[in-house]
Design a protein around this ligand. Structure first.
Ligand SMILES: Nc1ncnc2c1ncn2[C@@H]1O[C@H](COP(=O)(O)OP(=O)(O)OP(=O)(O)O)[C@@H](O)[C@H]1O
Ligand SMILES: [Mg+2]
Length: 113
């Protein structure tokens, strides 16, 4: 299992969700966060609402998937989020040792999807 964390532009969220649903990735956590990349928030102010100093509003996605869903999830995020401009975002893929569905007690690959 992997935990895929992606930081994207807020205005790409609906596009990313659409691409994820096409790939049958239906479980997702979305947070509003602040951040900046290597431009330190300077050159993409036109794309995003500036919060404080050089921190810009971003969307953080967390998607936990079985290994056979990793590639399609990454591709869907890229398809939905990419414009070719700086600040399009980043994807982090982490190993995920455990997942538990609280209601049923299922664990691991049975619980994740
Ligand atoms: N190494 C990192 N660690 C933590 N957060 C990061 C990192 N890189 C990017 N982020 C987060 O992802 C958001 C989007 O990053 P961004 O797309 O600007 O990356 P970048 O490396 O600056 O690439 P680009 O040159 O395409 O803009 C940032 O605002 C920040 O919140
Ligand atoms: Mg950047």
């Amino acid at each position: 299992m992997k935990l895929i964390i992606a930081i994207i532009q807020p205005d790409r969220l609906e596009h990313v969700k659409e691409e994820l649903y096409k790939e049958e990735v239906n479980l997702i956590t979305v947070s509003e966060v602040l951040g900046h990349g290597r431009q330190k928030g300077v050159t993409e102010v036109y794309r995003a609402t500036k919060e404080t100093g050089n921190l810009l509003h971003k969307i953080r996605l967390e998607i936990a998937v079985n290994d056979n869903f990793v590639e399609r999830t990454k591709k869907a995020i890229i398809k939905g989020a990419k414009t070719g401009s700086t600040g399009d975002g980043k994807i982090f893929v982490l190993d995920l040792p455990e997942c538990i569905r609280i209601r049923t007690g299922e664990t691991g690959t049975n619980a994740i999807g």
